[in-house]
Write a protein that binds this ligand. Structure first.
Ligand code: NAD
Length: 473
């Protein structure tokens, strides 16, 4: 195993793709087309900063595939953004959407800035100008390309995007569907904010409920009692920690870039979040031990390691020090191919990013559907369902002569709200995606790992789509 990173992020994705393509029956030309990034838009634009200085901002939008439209993928704010990274992330989006049966092509955007170095007003100007540049080249729209939040962005940025798009497209009745991850008041959907973290939890829980896999790893069945380490306390890391904790796992360590905190009895993410907000650092949290070197938290003894920050954090150098039995890839591309290879050889189960963190795009799909239908989920059927349940319950009580307890009654009578439907749609999506991948893996014992099985699933679906378009024989 090589101990240095020999591949760029995009090359890593291509390498994983090639490894899986061998297990498919598709023509070389078709495979080349699936792998290629169709459109790469690289731009520079000037923005006047608060001190009067003009800064030239470098940004990208990559549409990896239009085999289904619109294209879909987040926008990242990071000083490390480059075209290779955005291409890699756009490719992963195509495969991710295919895996969870979301009918979009993959895309991704990136603005090369450190958001911490800009005021809210500067960030707003940068976001609005970026959106205007996308409009100028027809790279955004509810039927063209629909961005979403990613590293360094959230609801606030999505609200600026939808507002800019709407003002440049007056009268477009579907304009709210030009971006997802919006605040509820701007056309967002309940459950989008926590969707990626919740999807990571559902996916990991499914795997932990598989007796053969758990036996092979020497772990007890189920999520309860599992010792979890989470890297990153942003949107994804926070919600992963929350759902693991709420379902009986113990989050024993949380790492941020300034350091990590550890408590064998488990940490509460909300307390840590508030502490960091108050003091500016995750460190010195009462009731936890400091780990000054943040990356050494990845090497703690635990059952599940959840990297939820950035790519390439586990590589050929630190992979042999990792003690987790399961690595749940909440971030995109946290493992280099060298690390991946090491874990396959050493029996560590890697649950791959493009399947595991697909909760965000799944609920983004629900949000987009909500925007196109111009109505919140559950509005038409909630009351009908409640009345029907009441009627059935009354019948049961009168024929049996028994009364149902108040708690059960409340549960049975409750008609689905938007959040109930979103959570159940996401749970169903993650359960069926897990089953599809595991079936492919079981049917072909030559497939070495879950990532390759996930890629095979994605490649087959995208290939069929191209064939149905009549482009390839
Ligand atoms: P975020 O900006 O909300 O949070 C990322 C956090 O990671 C920040 O708090 C940052 O300080 C921390 N961090 C950065 N480098 C670190 C390091 N070396 N060690 C420890 N912590 C570090 O971003 P996010 O939306 O939570 O995204 C995180 C990852 O999940 C990214 O890879 C992103 O592409 C992926 N992802 C996000 C979504 C989504 O819906 N937001 C969906 C799918 C995948």
């Amino acid at each position: 195993m090589s101990t240095t990173n020999t591949y760029s992020f995009f090359e890593s994705v291509e390498k994983s793709f090639d490894k899986a393509a061998k297990f498919t029956k598709w023509d070389k030309g078709l495979l080349e087309q699936i792998k290629a990034c169709n459109s790469v838009y690289s731009m520079n634009f000037p923005v006047k900063m608060d001190d009067g200085r003009i800064e030239v901002i470098e940004a990208f939008r990559v549409q990896h595939s239009q085999h289904k439209t619109p294209c879909k993928g987040g926008i990242r704010f990071s000083e490390f953004v480059n075209d290779d990274e955005v291409k890699a992330l756009a490719s992963l989006m195509t495969y991710k959407c295919a895996i969870v049966n979301v009918p979009f092509g993959g895309a991704k955007g990136g603005i090369k800035i450190n958001p911490r170095n800009h005021s809210a007003y500067e960030l707003e100007k940068i976001t609005r100008r970026y959106t205007a540049e996308l409009v100028r080249k027809n790279f955004i729209g509810p039927g063209i390309d629909v961005p979403a939040p990613d590293y360094g962005t959230g609801e606030r940025e999505m609200a600026w995007i939808v507002d800019t798009y709407q003002s440049l497209n007056p009268g477009n009745i579907d304009a709210a569907g030009c971006v997802t991850g919006k605040p509820i008041s701007q056309g967002g959907v309940h459950g989008r904010k926590e969707a990626t973290g919740l999807g990571v939890f559902y996916g990991t829980r499914e795997v932990c409920n598989m007796p053969d896999i758990m036996k092979k790893l020497g772990l007890a069945l189920g999520i309860e009692g599992k010792r979890v380490v989470v890297q990153g306390m942003g949107n994804v890391g926070y919600h992963c920690s929350k759902f693991f904790r709420e379902h009986g796992a113990k989050v024993i360590a949380i790492a941020e870039f300034e350091g990590a905190v550890f408590n064998e009895n488990g940490l509460n993410e909300e307390d840590i979040f508030q502490h960091r907000k108050r003091t500016g650092s995750i460190l010195n949290f009462a009731g936890a031990t400091n780990i000054e070197n943040s990356s050494s938290a990845l090497e703690l003894e635990c059952d599940i390691l959840v990297p939820a920050a950035l790519e390439n954090v586990i590589n050929g150098v630190n992979a042999p020090n990792i003690k987790a039995k399961i690595i749940a890839e909440a971030a995109n591309g946290p493992l280099t191919p060298e690390a991946d290879e090491y874990f396959v050889e050493n029996g560590v189960l890697v649950i791959p990013d493009m399947y595991l963190n697909a909760g965000g795009v799944t609920v983004s799909y629900f949000e987009w559907l909500k925007n196109l239908s111009h109505m919140r989920f559950g509005r038409m059927e909630k009351r009908f369902q409640e009345n029907m349940n009441k009627h059935i319950l009354n019948q049961i009580e009168s024929t049996s002569g028994k009364k149902v307890g108040e708690r059960d009654k409340d549960f049975i009578l409750h008609g689905a709200d938007e959040i109930d439907l979103v959570y159940s749609g996401l749970e169903e999506t993650m359960i069926s995606a897990t089953k599809e991948i595991m079936d492919i893996w079981k049917d072909n014992p030559q497939i070495p790992d879950m990532r390759t099985a996930a890629y095979v699933n994605a490649i087959n679906k995208v290939a069929l789509s191209y064939i149905e378009l009549g482009i390839f024989p």
